[in-house]
Design a protein around this ligand. Structure first.
Ligand SMILES: [Mg+2]
Length: 411
């Protein structure tokens, strides 16, 4: 079996946002219990990430900041260090890509690696040994630590990384590899809620059927599960609890989407302010896109209204783009469409890029100098590259405001 077994790893950065905030400010953030806060620091903000010391007080991610500070008043609040996070994320990815070319970014701090075909290269060293070398290289070169889970598929790798993570109350080594053939046994220790994609609603339906743990499901045959949950979900559940997953690690260009969003401290009713926020988000997501050497064809804008209704609008362009100018141009039109349909103060705004591809081909039409709003020229791309290099030198916010006023002048 092991001759043909797949070799999949998941590298997951340990307390990513907290670790980066501490790298940036070793004297302040490095020495305090820490909350990384999204949106605003005021009462409407939420905790994106909480350091171990704050978790002892019951603080958790996604908790409102105000509630977290009640539980742990001595915590220091720091906004997400966005620029540093995307730079560090790209650095980690580059180290991982030296070990295998097939690296899929699952989020800003998680990467699946397909190690298939590297057996000769590493002289058949055990996967565990390779994972430890990878971990050492990431730490030496980025000052950040990753934990690595591994096995014959993505599901097992994802579950294994949770076991691998060193915590104050365990003696995990940072690497956990499940041997081929041991998947089903390994899965038996988990609750169903711990399986990826089993969300809170599914948990409720499972509990109604008396199912809480992986072992609970193993007592039932496939036809029974199908009767309860339908063909698709029944089969899915049957496979998952046995550690079966045929999903492939998608190479670099096949990352699904990139997005940025902002929750306001107070709801925003006025279009100019919304445009300004949208512009700042576009600048960030477009910079993420270029850092990853990707381009995007589809642009989507999302608004959450004050009454929590979520609305989206999107457009797919004929060519892949990378520049702030073109992406913002389309995003602003989408924002206007959404605002025309419903004029309610907005609580959140977001922008997402998808239809991602690597190494954008210079579009033929852009050779014609007079560019229309949704057509990207070589000049747009050159401007974008300059913006990136200035930001790398002077920080993420170095150009934002200046570009915004330039943009307004052009209208
Ligand atoms: Mg992580």
């Amino acid at each position: 079996m092991s001759a043909t077994a797949r070799r999949i790893l998941l590298a997951d950065a340990d307390a990513f946002y907290v670790a980066i905030a501490r790298l940036i400010d070793p004297e302040g953030a490095g020495k305090s219990p820490l909350l990384i806060v999204g949106g605003s620091r005021e009462s409407r903000g939420v905790v994106c990430s909480a350091s171990y010391e704050t978790r002892k007080f019951g603080v958790r991610s996604a908790m409102p900041t105000a509630q977290a500070l009640k539980l742990c008043p001595q915590a220091m609040c720091v906004p997400v260090p966005r620029g540093a996070c995307s730079r560090k994320s790209a650095e980690i990815r580059r180290v991982l890509q030296r070990f295998t070319p097939v690296v899929e970014g699952a989020s800003i701090d998680e990467w699946y690696l397909d190690m298939g075909g590297t057996e000769q290269l590493y002289e058949h060293e055990p996967l565990e040994r390779t994972a430890h070398r990878m971990r050492d290289a990431v730490r030496a070169e980025t000052q950040l630590s990753v934990s690595i889970g591994g096995g014959t598929n993505k599901l097992v790798a994802k579950m294994a990384v949770e076991v691998a993570k060193p915590k104050p109350d365990n003696n995990a080594t940072g690497v956990h590899i499940v041997a081929p053939g041991d998947e089903a046994t390994f899965l038996k220790r988990f609750l169903l809620a711990e399986i990826p994609m089993v969300g809170p609603k599914f948990v409720v339906r499972l509990e109604r059927a008396g199912l809480r743990t992986v072992n609970d499901v193993l007592e039932h045959q496939l036809p029974e599960l199908i009767r309860w949950f339908g063909d698709r979900e029944g089969q899915w559940l049957y496979d998952r609890v046995r550690g079966i997953d045929s999903g492939v690690v998608e190479g670099h260009g096949e990352q699904k989407s990139m997005s940025r969003e902002e929750t306001f401290s107070t709801d925003v009713a006025d279009d100019t302010t919304l445009e300004r926020e949208l512009f700042a988000l576009v600048a960030r997501v477009a910079s993420d896109l270029r850092t990853e050497l990707l381009s995007a064809r589809t642009i989507r804008v999302k608004i959450k209204d004050a009454d929590f209704k979520i609305r989206q609008a999107g457009r797919t362009l004929t060519e892949a783009v990378v520049s702030d100018r073109v992406i913002y141009g389309v995003a602003r039109e989408l924002l206007h469409e959404l605002r025309k349909r419903r004029r309610t103060p907005a609580r959140l705004i977001g922008v997402a890029l998808s239809g991602l591809a690597t190494n954008p081909e210079p579009p033929q039409l852009a050779l014609f100098a007079d560019a229309t709003a949704s057509l990207e020229t070589e000049r747009d791309r050159a401007v974008a590259r300059t913006v990136d290099s200035v930001r790398r030198k002077f920080g993420q916010d170095a150009i934002g405001a200046a570009q915004l006023s330039k943009h307004e002048d052009e209208q």
